[in-house]
Design a protein around this ligand. Structure first.
Ligand SMILES: Cc1cc2nc3c(=O)[nH]c(=O)nc-3n(C[C@H](O)[C@H](O)[C@H](O)COP(=O)(O)OP(=O)(O)OC[C@H]3O[C@@H](n4cnc5c(N)ncnc54)[C@H](O)[C@@H]3O)c2cc1C
Length: 349
């Protein structure tokens, strides 16, 4: 299937506001724009990407959210092909990064890809052809309006509040954040949507960004995932090819992240680096601590087998995101595509 390209619209052109410029929101926005709808994407982050997150500190570049991407599903093959053709998705390594499964026989054989030059590049590529992507804009409520929806937002630079009217809304923020926006606007969802969405929960992850004092002894591609213990992931940006200077990312496990959530950055750095030291093989100095409150969805997907959810009360509103499809970038892309499909059908004359 060819990658969708935004076109000018049909007679049924609707105005859709997409909340969230992560993998799911941007995929959906592209598909909706390709069917001719007028799409505005808003995100509270300073840049697009959401959990496809990258940060430069000094000369070091860090991917502090998603570390790699798998491409197992044909229904979004065109998105991955588009990334590869544009050179923003490149191979990192083949096989499982799990310890201790490092032998050839224990590897799962799947290729793992990374963003180039960084993971956020994947989101930037999706956003590039979209005419109206507004970052630094925090949605505060979604409210029913005679024309459909009224989305109120506050710029993070504290300039004047913004109000967007929409025929339809797509919500791709983590589900508890989405529900808070609807609650603030007094939106009453159907019982089906309420029952599906209210129980959705996420595990947190604390990401520690650090500069190692020398070459790390992480397994050969610089990636190590641990099932047990205080840290769940260690990645070496220099060996990954995303940083031209030494840079490591260490993720605390969900339990340790919960325990350390309220601790100071210094306490977190001490704790996480002590746990990481035997795996890194060198000391490292912390440069940044990022707290992902909604890192990984837990429990069954809210849509069951459906990759997104549509509600009609009182106008079309759809829900998408990685919670619907397995807590991965690929799942978020699939969910965004499913949501665009649902909305396109709902908005058809
Ligand atoms: C530490 C970590 C490691 C991970 N590792 C991997 C990995 O190796 N491989 C993999 O495939 N996946 C990984 N993931 C998961 C992957 O990052 C996600 O599945 C995917 O990026 C989610 O995309 P999304 O669009 O559903 O959500 P998000 O990327 O979270 O996008 C939602 C967006 O909504 C925005 N938003 C929220 N509230 C508001 C508001 N009020 N107003 C405006 N905007 C708002 C947010 O700023 C965000 O940009 C990892 C995640 C984390 C946190």
């Amino acid at each position: 299937m060819p990658e969708p390209t935004p076109t000018t619209g049909p007679a049924s052109r609707a105005r859709v506001v997409v909340i969230g410029a992560g993998a799911s929101g941007l995929t959906a926005a592209r598909d909706l724009a390709a069917t001719g709808h007028e799409v505005t994407v808003v995100d509270k982050g300073r840049a697009v990407g959401g959990r496809l997150a990258s940060r430069r500190i000094g000369e070091a570049d860090f991917d502090h959210g998603a570390q790699f991407v798998t491409t197992k599903h044909d229904d979004v093959r065109d998105v991955f092909d588009g990334w590869r053709r544009a050179g923003v998705l490149v191979p990192w390594f083949t096989g499982s990064p799990d310890a201790p499964a490092r032998s050839d026989t224990a590897r799962d054989g799947h290729p793992r890809f990374r963003g180039s030059p960084r993971m956020r590049s994947l989101a930037e590529h999706l956003a590039a052809p979209l005419p109206d992507v507004r970052t630094g804009l925090r949605v505060t409520e979604v409210r029913a309006d005679p024309g459909g929806w009224l989305v109120s937002a506050v710029p993070v630079d504290r300039s004047d509040p913004v109000r967007l009217t929409a025929t339809a809304v797509l919500c791709t923020a983590p589900v508890p954040q989405t529900l808070a926006l609807l609650d603030a606007g007094g939106v009453e969802l159907t019982e089906h949507a309420e029952t599906a969405l209210r129980p959705v929960t996420y595990d947190p992850t604390i990401a520690l960004l650090a500069i190692p004092t020398g070459p790390t002894s992480l397994p050969n591609e610089g990636a190590l995932r641990l099932a047990d213990g205080p840290v769940s992931w260690l990645g070496d940006g220099l060996r990954k090819g995303t940083s031209s200077t030494p840079a490591v990312v260490v993720h605390a496990s969900p339990d340790v992240s919960r325990d350390l959530w309220g601790a100071s950055d210094e306490e977190i750095a001490d704790h996480v680096l002590t746990a990481a030291r035997p795996h890194l093989g060198v000391d490292a100095s912390a440069v940044y601590v990022h707290r992902w409150r909604y890192a990984t969805p837990t429990g069954p997907p809210p849509g069951g087998d459906d990759l997104a959810l549509l509600d009609h009360a009182p106008a079309p509103i759809a829900f998408a995101g990685d919670a619907f499809a397995g807590g991965r970038v690929e799942g978020a892309v699939r969910s965004g595509r499913a949501a665009a499909h649902l909305l396109t059908s709902a908005l058809a004359p």
